[in-house]
Design a protein around this ligand. Structure first.
Ligand SMILES: Nc1nc2c(c(=O)[nH]1)N(C=O)[C@@H](CNc1ccc(C(=O)N[C@@H](CCC(=O)O)C(=O)O)cc1)CN2
Ligand SMILES: Nc1ncnc2c1ncn2[C@@H]1O[C@H](COP(=O)(O)OP(=O)(O)OP(=O)(O)O)[C@@H](O)[C@H]1O
Length: 202
């Protein structure tokens, strides 16, 4: 029963938050995305992080394009995931230019494995910027329901154990913040959240 309620709540919040994010104007999203990218840059600089994992935006997500381009310009390595829909896993790829992308599962622009080969299984990024539909201020995150990031984190823990000291940082508009995301056992907790307004560390 509790399980049913949880997935019911999740589906409801997913729907609400997708509608809310879609209702933000393109200009608003662009401006807020740029501000969030600057907040992410400040975090990377303050911690001297030379490689980071990001995502290529999909639907009305917070757009990390500026952060990725800043990363290239500042000599950092950018890692981007590719979905393997068959087992809902992800492979990681260094992205060196936008030319290396091709439309993948779900129509998301992802690294073309021929142009950007996958990194070895078990590669552990120092920091991962995680997309999502809703976040709370306690580390809760709600994605599209594929469980991709949850599985990715679980496989890292399995392969690298406690040595996997990845910082998981959600990225979203303030409008996507909710009081509490209903969390399940398998859900990956975030260590922080970056919005257009601030860098929150939990
Ligand atoms: N830009 C970006 N890349 C990403 C993610 C993301 O959230 N954003 N993901 C984050 O995990 C993974 C992709 N996850 C996805 C999971 C489900 C759907 C999807 O279209 N789901 C249907 C729901 C119905 C169903 O269950 O099939 C939908 O939303 O219509 C899309 C992407 C990996 N790459
Ligand atoms: N480590 C795991 N191993 C196997 N299945 C998992 C794991 N983590 C999550 N799942 C399954 O994946 C499904 C989706 O999980 P959840 O609703 O938390 O997705 P999400 O985090 O919103 O999605 P996404 O990461 O794709 O944005 C659930 O059915 C869940 O049981």
């Amino acid at each position: 029963m509790a399980e049913w309620n949880q997935s019911g709540d999740k589906a409801y919040i997913r729907n609400q938050m997708a509608q809310k994010r879609n209702s933000l104007s393109a200009l608003q999203r662009e401006q807020w995305s740029k501000a969030a990218c600057m907040n992410a840059e400040a975090l990377l600089e303050s911690r001297s992080i030379a490689a980071f994992m990001a995502y290529v935006p999909f639907r009305s997500e917070l757009d990390l394009t500026k952060l990725i381009e800043w990363g290239w310009k500042s000599g950092r390595e950018i890692i981007v995931p590719r979905c393997i829909a068959a087992d809902r896993s992800m492979t990681l790829h260094y992205l060196q230019s936008w030319d290396q992308l091709a439309s993948g599962a779900y129509g998301i622009m992802e690294p073309d494995p021929l142009a950007a080969p996958p990194l070895e299984k078990g590669f552990v990024p120092d920091i991962v910027f995680v997309p999502g539909l809703a976040f709370d201020r306690k580390g809760g995150r709600l994605g599209y329901g594929g469980g991709y990031y949850d599985r990715f984190a679980a496989s890292q823990l399995e392969l690298a154990g406690e040595a996997a000291q990845t910082l998981w940082i959600g990225t979203a508009f303030e409008a996507q913040l909710v009081d509490e995301v209903p969390l399940e056992e398998h859900d990956l907790p975030m260590h922080g959240l970056i919005t257009e307004r601030d860098v929150y560390l939990f």
